[in-house]
Design a protein around this ligand. Structure first.
Ligand SMILES: Nc1nc2c(c(=O)[nH]1)N[C@@H](CN(C=O)c1ccc(C(=O)N[C@@H](CCC(=O)O)C(=O)O)cc1)CN2
Ligand SMILES: [Mg+2]
Length: 297
């Protein structure tokens, strides 16, 4: 039986619709229109696509948004000063700085400059620390998107062995923390693998739920997957393809056709976890606006 395809576009559309309803309710009850500031440094084409898509999704959900463009050579001091201004600007309940940043800028310093109450990307150490400790926090968008796809498709991680391949600050590490929480959507047994893991296939074959998040096209082959596993592909890689109008196509970290032949369920690329990342960002921005009302009571 070919795998069930978990359609991230559809699940994200459901979530965005819930956000739109929440925004309308908040405004109708006299609350503020949620606002999101997106900061884009430089002209990385993929980042440009993601930020524009975030702006469009905001508009559709009734969220006010503005994109702040900075040149690739901007100094770190000037970027920090923009963030200081946005922290003060009451039109914006959420701030995101699109990653990656140019090499001369220290990402950790920039992320830490965002006021944690506006950290709708869930990347600030305070947000991540709170999440790790099981306290209410903005959840990082991609990990939360993975959790939502699992839950909304009927695959509760509780008691399951989740193997995550990749240990980035943006996906692997926070996803492990999220899925091991003693709360709904958590309670998984989590193993994190990385470049120094010995006998990776031996471990990935033990996964009930396998998450590929290492950024290497097609790296998860069929022999690394147990029959009947649920496979979540977080990788979004551009590979050259002269037959395509854009000159490239998108592929995940999973050898899709081969793995789909033996998995119970699989997320495609594109149309899997990527759209969820944006939907969760909107949801976090709505939450930030709601919290601003509570904080001003
Ligand atoms: N500040 C942040 N930077 C980055 C994040 C993040 O969550 N916060 N995540 C990624 C990029 N990203 C969001 O920013 C992102 C990536 C992909 C998609 C998406 O919808 N992809 C589509 C394909 C889009 C295309 O045509 O290229 C899909 O997978 O179907 C959304 C958001 C790194 N940076
Ligand atoms: Mg850097």
């Amino acid at each position: 039986m070919p795998a069930r395809v978990l359609n991230g576009n559809e699940i994200a559309a459901d979530l965005r619709e819930e956000v739109a309803t929440g925004v309308a309710d908040l405004v109708a009850s006299g609350g503020p229109t949620p606002g999101l500031a997106a900061v884009l440094v430089g002209n990385d084409p993929a980042s440009g696509v993601y930020v524009r898509n975030k702006g469009r999704a905001c508009e559709e959900a009734g969220i006010f948004s503005e994109i702040f463009y900075m040149p690739a050579h901007v100094s770190q001091a000037n970027l920090l000063s923009l963030i200081d201004q946005l922290n003060q600007d009451t039109r914006f309940h959420g701030i995101l700085v699109q990653l990656p940043l140019p090499g001369h800028i220290d990402e950790a310093t920039v992320i830490e400059r965002v006021n944690p109450v506006k950290d709708v990307d869930g990347l600030h150490p305070i947000s991540q620390g709170r999440m790790l400790q099981g306290e209410p926090a903005f959840l990082p968008c991609t990990p939360s998107g993975v959790q939502q796809v699992l839950l909304r498709s009927g695959y509760d991680p509780a008691g399951q062995h989740v193997v995550i391949v990749g240990r980035s600050n943006i996906v692997g590490k926070p996803l492990a923390a999220l899925l091991m929480q003693r709360s709904a959507g958590g309670n998984a047994t989590v193993t994190v693998c990385h470049t120094r893991t010995r006998d990776l296939p031996e471990i990935t074959r033990q996964a009930d739920i396998l998450v590929a998040a290492m950024g290497v096209p097609g790296a998860i082959s069929a022999d690394m997957v147990r029959d009947g596993a649920v496979v979540i592909d977080v990788g979004i890689n551009r590979v050259d393809d002269a037959t395509r109008r854009r000159g490239y196509r998108l592929v995940g970290d999973v050898d899709y056709e081969a793995v789909a032949a033996k998995a119970e369920a699989i997320t495609p690329v594109p149309g899997g976890i990527g759209p969820m990342t944006i939907a969760v960002l909107l949801s976090n921005t709505l939450e930030a606006a709601r919290r601003s009302v509570d904080a001003n009571r």
